[in-house]
Ligand binder design. Structure first.
Ligand SMILES: C[S@@+](CC[C@H](N)C(=O)[O-])C[C@H]1O[C@@H](n2cnc3c(N)ncnc32)[C@H](O)[C@@H]1O
Length: 256
């Protein structure tokens, strides 16, 4: 494993006392995923759950506003579901979305007993926010709180595809006409997206950046194995064989 990276010491992902974080209300707008994508992911999770042959106790790690959790609950796929997130505002939204069990916590310290869950989810790139040591600790924590034969689903972007088709800029139009402008760069093992909000095509406000540890497939596989997951499947979001060049997402399905 690589050493630590001092960028992480700033804890950029954490809401400040003013509740300013890369994952704040603006992020809710930025990352409003199409309903079809959530349905597709829920359908893949449904297939994984049916292969488990039990109705699982689910822990949705960094589950945000309950995008996936609410879907699993409404489809009656979970015996129970806990949505853990750092952001209280998102947890309140999750409750409104039908996810009643919410826990405000840091994913590096899962305050649950060994063996509390059958299925742990880390969806929509909610992994890779810290230095290498802490990222690994998240996986170790997941392993600990899973019961025997418990399953981890880790959903990451296909970083190989991103790096090979790298574009330094992109823009997103928000519902009110403002624009979020992204300046992207790769620094060492990290993908950094500096974000700016352009209001009414005039003033521009710098937002907090998003910083993600770039994992190659072999690296993330080795990391999951080192955490204890000895049975690993590497697929795409539709549970087809993963392709370095064409798959959009990388799903690692690890069994304890
Ligand atoms: C990209 S969103 C993913 C949300 C959700 N998994 C989904 O699929 O919609 C990342 C989430 O990670 C949460 N988060 C960031 N740092 C965290 C931490 N240290 N511990 C727990 N949650 C964290 C954010 O609040 C945000 O909800």
């Amino acid at each position: 494993m690589n050493g630590t990276n001092n960028m992480s010491t700033k804890e950029w992902y954490k809401p400040t006392s003013e509740n300013i974080s890369p994952f704040d209300r603006i992020y809710l707008e930025e990352c409003r995923l199409p309903k079809e994508r959530t349905s597709q992911e829920a359908s893949s999770l449904g297939a994984i759950i049916s292969a488990m042959q039990i109705k699982p106790r689910v822990l949705d790690i960094a589950g945000g506003f309950g995008r996936i959790g609410s879907e699993l609950i409404s489809q009656n796929l979970a015996y129970s579901l806990v949505n853990l997130d750092l952001n209280r505002e998102f947890l309140d939204l999750a409750r409104k979305n039908g996810v009643s069990e919410v826990v405000q916590a840091d994913m590096r310290d899962l305050a649950f007993k060994k063996g509390s869950f059958d299925l742990a989810l880390i969806m929509f790139t909610a992994f890779g926010y810290f230095n290498d040591e802490d990222n690994f600790r998240v996986l170790q924590e997941v392993y600990r709180v899973l019961d025997d034969d418990g399953v981890l689903v880790l959903d990451l972007p296909n970083y190989n595809r991103i790096c090979n088709n790298f574009s330094t800029h992109r823009e997103m139009l928000l519902g009110n006409g403002d624009i979020i402008r992204y300046e992207k760069k790769i620094e060492g093992n990290y993908l950094i997206e500096q974000r700016f909000r352009v209001v009414q095509n005039q003033s521009q406000k710098k937002l907090l950046p998003i910083k993600l540890r770039i994992y190659s497939v072999s690296e993330i596989v080795l990391l999951c194995q080192a955490a204890g997951f000895n049975e690993l499947l590497v697929v795409d979001q539709e549970l087809r064989g993963f392709s370095l060049t064409t798959s959009k997402r990388l799903w690692i399905i690890g069994t304890k």
